[in-house]
Design a protein around this ligand. Structure first.
Ligand SMILES: CC(C)(COP(=O)(O)OP(=O)(O)OC[C@H]1O[C@@H](n2cnc3c(N)ncnc32)[C@H](O)[C@@H]1OP(=O)(O)O)[C@@H](O)C(=O)NCCC(=O)NCCS
Length: 181
């Protein structure tokens, strides 16, 4: 998974991997923390030992970079965080592959702790976007900068504004690639 995340750090404009982006540290620590969490119960002593090491390191980098991704959140391979700062993902969130998120984004509850956001594959969240409530975002969706999404979003669409209105993607190129995929 981590290798697939790394591939997403390729910048096609400058023809280089942007591994120097600090957000990658959080993704790596998230992957490790989640792998520890998924270890079977009988590994309890090993799990405890690994947690004692990883939890403070993960907490340190999460606070330093302002990126809160609890390891309960399920995020598929090809996860890319552009920049850093005030990124919050709810622990119940389930997110597909090739997910891209920018600074200032929140995926969380609207007004109930039971809310769960489910996001499909190839979804991009523009800077400052919020996805709130008990809702589903389809595949190949782009959420515009500063949008506040409060309802389901179908496949191959764009969500913009507050509250977000849904627009279809214009052409095959947009559907397949999205602006940041
Ligand atoms: C959502 C987005 C991808 C749409 O781009 P696009 O496919 O080229 O679409 P258009 O610019 O043709 O806009 C389509 C409509 O949505 C509106 N719109 C686009 N982005 C919007 C936004 N962020 N908020 C509100 N409305 C928006 C446009 O005004 C237009 O409305 P209209 O049809 O009534 O004229 C793009 O505007 C965006 O927000 N990208 C995220 C950029 C970002 O976060 N960059 C961070 C860099 S660090």
């Amino acid at each position: 998974m981590l290798r697939k995340d790394l591939y997403r750090y390729y910048n096609p404009v400058f023809h280089r991997f942007e591994w120097n982006e600090p957000s990658y540290i959080v993704i790596a620590l998230y992957r490790v923390s989640r792998a520890i969490r998924m270890m079977p119960k009988w590994c309890f002593p090993v799990k405890l030992l690994l947690n004692l090491i990883i939890v403070p390191i993960y907490a340190f980098f999460s606070i330093l970079l302002g990126i809160s991704i609890p390891r309960g959140a399920k995020i598929g391979p090809g996860f890319r965080i552009y920049h850093f700062g005030t990124i919050v993902i709810n622990p119940k969130a389930v997110i597909g592959k090739n997910f891209s998120i920018h600074h200032g984004c929140t995926i969380g509850v609207k007004n109930s702790y039971y809310d769960q956001v489910i996001i499909g594959d190839n979804v991009t969240m523009g800077a400052g976007a919020k996805v709130l409530g008990n809702l589903k975002i389809g595949n190949n969706v782009t959420i515009g900068a500063n949008a506040v999404v409060l309802s389901d979003v179908p496949d191959n669409s764009i969500a913009v504004g507050i509250p977000a209105k849904i627009l279809p993607k214009k052409n095959e190129y947009d559907i397949k690639r999205g602006p940041f995929n």
